[in-house]
Design a protein around this ligand. Structure first.
Ligand code: UT7
Length: 336
């Protein structure tokens, strides 16, 4: 197959668990309040997966919706990439489990991308480049997280922030030039890995009764440092990507930022000299869903008709690693 002129997002889909946990409910188990959580983060509630409801299950539902909206069948997919920091199992990949659940073909590559909250942006660049090579016509990209499984529910500084969900996109080769990713930056700073990490549960320190008792398998974060870096790095990445594309922030119809904290998003908007009206928000209802947050926000913006054919859309994320990514897209109207 020859290399296509563009790679577009043909459709999007989402899934969030039914169970809603409000700030008020959390304030009954840790020393916090609805007022503190709302003013410090912008979060009002989050969804929490039930037992047996794993990233591959949530991802399968989001993917099924994206496939249905595109009028495609599982056998039409040539490549599966899953972005997650909470895989169902240490191995094999969540992508392999999802492949089986969706009934995708067996002659296709299926793999996970591990870039935490930047996972969907990393995955979009990787999957888009693979389709752009001409080897694969359609890719399924899924961001799926069950952060409730790694949160320390006694740590008020982190447990109020995270939630579970999945989002999916079907990418497709397109003959019209000038659509899809126009410019992008993916970056990482591993020297800051300990600002946001889990100390145990990997091969360096396998899970044991002692690590579990010490809560070392749970997420730990230096929130203040992450906050400062997030604003600076996301705004800088947006500026560099816009400059590389010969564009500027005023021409972007919609920014889709990773939804970690409304104050981080306000800081990015301010540094770019923009108002908040071009930054769709969903963290009030979902909290920080890591690799699922950008597809959740993108799907909502698309469903509400806020993104139109030919618009410039800038996806920007930041997360553990530390990792970041910004991708400038020319939107091609997907199927409904
Ligand atoms: O997805 C990417 C990764 N994550 C992020 O991007 C998160 C980045 N960081 C943040 O969003 C913010 O730093 C937080 C929301 C985590 C914290 O906000 P902050 O304004 O930086 O608060 P802080 O950590 O400076 O804490 C202020 C106070 C502290 O009390 P003292 O020391 O001033 O007495 C905390 O102990 O608020 C206290 N506090 C809380 N109080 C009520 C911390 N968490 C809570 C809580 N409820 N849940």
């Amino acid at each position: 197959m020859r290399a296509p002129a563009s790679v577009i997002i043909r459709s999007v889909g989402i899934h969030a668990p039914e169970r809603r946990v409000t700030n008020e409910e959390l304030s009954r188990t840790v020393d916090t309040s609805d007022e503190w959580i709302r003013t410090r983060s912008g979060i009002g509630e989050r969804r929490i997966a039930g037992p047996g409801e794993n990233p591959s299950d949530m991802g399968a539902k989001a993917a099924a919706q994206a496939l249905e909206r595109a009028g495609l069948r599982p056998e039409d997919i040539d490549l599966l990439v899953v972005a997650t920091m909470t895989p169902d199992l240490p191995f094999p990949s969540t992508a392999c489990l999802l492949q089986a659940k969706l009934g995708l073909r067996k002659d296709i590559p299926c793999f996970d991308v591990s870039a935490a909250c930047s996972g969907f942006v990393y995955g979009l660049q990787v999957a888009s480049d693979m389709v752009r090579s001409g080897r694969y016509r359609r890719a399924l990209l899924v961001g799926a997280e069950k952060l409730s499984s790694v949160v320390d529910w006694s740590d008020r500084a982190t447990c109020v922030l995270f939630g579970d969900a999945a989002g999916a996109a079907v990418l497709e080769a397109c003959d019209e030039p000038g659509f899809g990713i126009l410019a992008g930056e993916l970056g990482a700073d591993g020297a800051n890995a300990e600002l946001l990490y889990a100390a145990a549960g990997g091969s360096a320190k396998p899970a044991s009764a002692a690590t579990v008792a010490a809560g070392e398998h749970c997420l730990r974060m230096n929130g203040k440092e992450v906050f400062k870096l997030a604003v600076r790095v996301m705004a800088g990445a947006c500026e560099r990507v816009l400059a590389a594309a010969g564009s500027d922030a005023s021409k972007v119809a919609l920014f889709i930022p990773h939804q970690a904290n409304i104050r981080i998003i306000q800081g990015v908007a301010e540094q770019l000299g923009l108002g908040m009206e071009r930054f769709p928000l969903n963290l009030e209802r979902y909290g920080n869903t890591s690799a699922a947050s950008i597809p959740l926000a993108l799907e909502q913006a698309w469903r509400e008709g806020r993104v139109r054919h030919g618009d410039l859309v800038l996806l920007v994320a930041f997360g553990a690693g530390l990792t970041w990514g910004a991708l400038l897209l020319r939107w091609h109207e997907p199927s409904r």
